[in-house]
Design a binder for this molecule. Structure first.
Ligand code: ARG
Length: 463
């Protein structure tokens, strides 16, 4: 097939080479960005006197026509075209004639593709921020719904100290707030225009890059044309940011999988977000949570692929860079799909506070509080720790818990024990006493809820 770039060569390549070289099957999703970039470019060319007003008007009308027809399906993407940039230019020239050929003055596909990708990812970043806000709002609402439910907090997956379930959920809200921050921060560096860098060295035409950047809503222009066409850090940053999002979702999903098992029974996932087994009638499987956990690996893989593609490339553009898009698109689609299912799955999840409390009542999770009691009675912490450990061992021998070990048993271990110890090791008291900032007491949880809500209301929602 003869190419737009037919020049020094005859523009004819073999079919296998064409197929191998082509990116239209995946980059056509950037047609809106490609067209809006071209509209801005035509306006800039006219403003700088490089094309006439009539030519500009013809180009813009032609581009809008193509946009409309692609949106409505009246115009189909031609898979024979090498990429979306070639396709739009080819259709434009077919439709408006000679002036269509003037659009590519003072630009190259190298800066054009960098521009399209930045525009595309800017929109996706905004929708991630929106989705993350929904996720954090849903979690904070759950925290409010089960504000006072007591559960065992774990370290090493061993029961450690009693906490409020709401405190546990709020930990994830904090992570999501940072995820939002990270993406907003990455958006700032992404929102810089590469267009006008041209092939690599800039152009001999008197263009106005800042005018074009402003039309497209960018806050600055890339200050070095070689960097402008070679930089994909913005994509790396976004992929890193959403990989961290996936790490957070995956950890939470892992907990949901554990919590919804018969071994824990702390939560019940809605039937809408679980599946049955084809053979075991009793099964209710947390497939959605498992898939989110599983898809995390895939997103990490996309990040790793892009890092690896870029690491050995000399400046400036190399065709290897075409490999950025499939990784980026796959990661974006996957994380969006995960967040889209995560939000309603959490919102429909029911907690089972009685089971959480029951679990908290075994495992001696108030042993630290017993030691703290002795510290208050004047013992050094290390000695108190040892005696509390002996009390736990005694309970194990007798088959009871710290709350039911008799006062005589306690006194036999240490004469500082008195019957006021029982109030101190009551699970609710243990939680309530953890008043340090960020601790699990109800007051602290309420502060956290307020903080999360405030932060969320300050985040601009662009979707
Ligand atoms: N399809 C190409 C890509 O995605 C567009 C840029 C092509 N530039 C070039 N000089 N061949 O990277």
């Amino acid at each position: 097939m003869a190419k737009l770039w037919q020049g020094v060569t005859d523009g004819v390549t073999s079919k296998v080479a064409d197929d191998f070289n082509s990116s239209i099957s995946f980059d056509s999703r950037m047609f809106r960005e490609d067209i809006s970039g071209s509209v801005a470019h035509a306006k800039m060319l006219a403003k700088c006197g490089i094309i006439s007003e009539e030519e500009k008007n013809g180009i813009i009308a032609g581009l809008f026509g193509i946009l409309e027809d692609l949106e409505s399906g009246a115009l189909a993407i031609d898979p024979e075209c090498e990429d979306i940039h070639m396709f739009v230019e080819q259709v434009l020239t077919e439709r408006i004639g000679e002036s269509g050929k003037r659009l590519h003055t003072a630009r190259s596909r190298n800066d054009q593709v960098a521009l399209d990708l930045r525009l595309y990812l800017r929109r996706e970043t905004d929708s991630f921020v929106g989705l993350l806000k929904r996720a954090a709002e849903t979690l904070v609402k759950k925290a409010e719904e089960y504000k006072t439910a007591v559960m065992p907090g774990y370290t090493h997956l061993q029961r450690a100290q009693p906490i409020l379930f709401s405190h546990h959920l709020l930990a994830y809200c904090m992570m999501l707030l940072r995820d939002i921050d990270r993406l907003c921060d990455c958006r700032e560096r992404l929102n810089v225009s590469p267009i006008g860098s041209c092939a690599l060295a800039g152009t001999t035409y008197k263009t106005d890059r800042r005018f074009e950047a402003e039309l497209l809503g960018f806050s600055d222009v890339c200050r070095n044309s070689m960097d402008g066409v070679s930089d994909r850090d913005f994509a790396l940053e976004l992929l890193s940011g959403i990989s961290i999002v996936m790490t957070h979702l995956s950890r939470f999903c892992e907990e949901l999988i554990l919590w919804s098992s018969w071994e824990f029974k702390f939560v019940r996932l809605s039937d809408d977000f679980t599946t049955g087994s084809s053979i075991m009638p009793q099964k209710k499987n947390p497939d959605m949570a498992e898939l989110i956990r599983g898809k995390t690996g895939r997103v990490f893989g996309d990040l790793m692929a892009l890092l690896t593609v870029l690491k050995g490339l000399p400046l400036a553009y190399n065709k290897d860079m075409q490999e950025d898009k499939e990784a980026v698109f796959d990661a974006v689609d996957t994380v969006k799909a995960c967040l889209t299912v995560f939000v309603p799955m959490i919102s429909e999840m029911k907690a089972l506070p009685e089971n959480m409390l029951k679990a908290a009542q075994t495992g001696f999770i108030n042993a630290t509080d017993l030691a703290d009691y002795l510290v208050r009675k004047g013992l050094p912490f290390r000695s108190a720790y040892k005696i509390a450990g002996q009390a736990v061992a005694r309970c194990e021998e007798l088959g009871c818990v710290l709350e039911t070990l008799s006062i005589d048993e306690y006194k036999a271990l240490c004469d500082k024990f008195d019957s006021d110890l029982y109030a101190d090791i009551d699970l609710k008291t243990c939680v309530e006493k953890r008043i340090s900032e960020g601790g699990t007491s109800l007051g602290s949880v309420e502060e956290q809820i307020k903080y999360v809500k405030e932060k969320l209301s300050e985040t601009e929602d662009n979707i």
